[in-house]
Ligand binder design. Structure first.
Ligand SMILES: [Zn+2]
Length: 285
């Protein structure tokens, strides 16, 4: 302690006495040393109280001062530029995949909508000389159904002896022409809802709007629990009920428990105590 203080004092007095004789090199060294000390104290104002000045000088000497200064200044431009990337975040990184075909081994597709309809080619001529009602069958692309089998099933239902041809003087004729009286469409719940507007089919039921009979593929494939697994009978009902609307029939209800439900009853929503029935000629007695 004593030695250091003495030496310090001696150095100061010597600098005072011999200042004019100092070489330019020594002057430059002194100014540079003071500048480095000052810079280190400015850059690290918060640590000067915790570390010795000598330690700071060593740290300052090991690291170029020019590299330390930007640490204090850099954050400002980052804040200014951050709004720009948010514009990019509103755009998806890549377009959503459009699934129109199920992978091998997957469950049948009745819900993934392609939104595109295909007309089933071919025709089934009307029989007899009565009023001819032409229709074509359209299937939404990507559905796990056999279009030819669907068209055959629909025509068989419409021309069945228990069907509308036995009630009205009409003969159904299937065609694939553009100009038809009726379009019978099998579509996913999504497309059914669109094609049925302004009616609300809620992804579950089918409809008839204008010249469109829209059969919900979910119902076509799985029917409803009230039919006890008789999907073929439910399909008969579905076709006859919706085409019944096209022929001018409104809804009816179950009037007699355990009797066959009227075909124009909304059987998809419940049977009201009646038994499943698909045919307009079968009625409660
Ligand atoms: Zn109805």
């Amino acid at each position: 302690m004593t030695t250091g203080r003495t030496g310090q004092r001696a150095g100061l007095s010597a600098r005072g006495r011999h200042s004019r004789r100092k070489s330019h090199r020594m002057q430059w060294f002194s100014v540079t040393a003071l500048a480095v000390l000052g810079t280190v104290m400015v850059v690290h104002p918060d640590v000067t109280g915790r570390r010795s000045l000598a330690a700071e000088v060593v740290a300052g000497a090991g690291t170029p001062v020019a590299q330390q200064e930007p640490v204090v200044v850099v954050p400002t431009p980052v804040v200014v530029t951050t709004p720009t990337p948010s514009v990019h975040l509103t755009t998806p990184l890549r377009p959503a995949p459009t699934l129109t075909r199920q992978p091998k081994g997957a469950k049948p597709n009745v819900t993934v909508s392609s939104g595109k309809l295909s007309v089933v080619p071919g025709s089934d001529k009307a029989s007899g000389v009565r009023d001819r009602l032409t229709y074509r069958v359209e299937i939404e692309q990507g559905l796990s159904v056999n279009p030819v089998a669907v068209a055959a099933s629909i025509h068989k239902t419409l021309t069945d002896a228990r069907g509308w041809e036995a009630v009205h003087p009409v003969s159904f004729e299937r065609t694939d022409a553009a100009d038809v009286d009726l379009r019978i469409i099998v579509a996913t719940p999504t497309l059914t809802d669109k094609l049925c507007l302004p009616l609300d089919t809620g992804g579950e039921v089918s409809c008839r709007v204008e010249d469109r009979v829209v059969l919900n593929a979910k119902r076509w494939m799985y029917a409803v629990p009230a039919y006890g697994g008789d999907v073929a009978l439910y399909r008969n009902y579905l076709v006859n009920h919706e085409v019944g609307h096209a022929l001018g029939h409104g809804h009816s209800t179950c009037a007699q428990p355990k009797a066959p439900a009227p075909v124009m009853m909304q059987q998809t929503k419940g049977l009201g105590g009646c038994r499943p029935n698909a045919w307009p000629t079968i009625k409660a007695t």
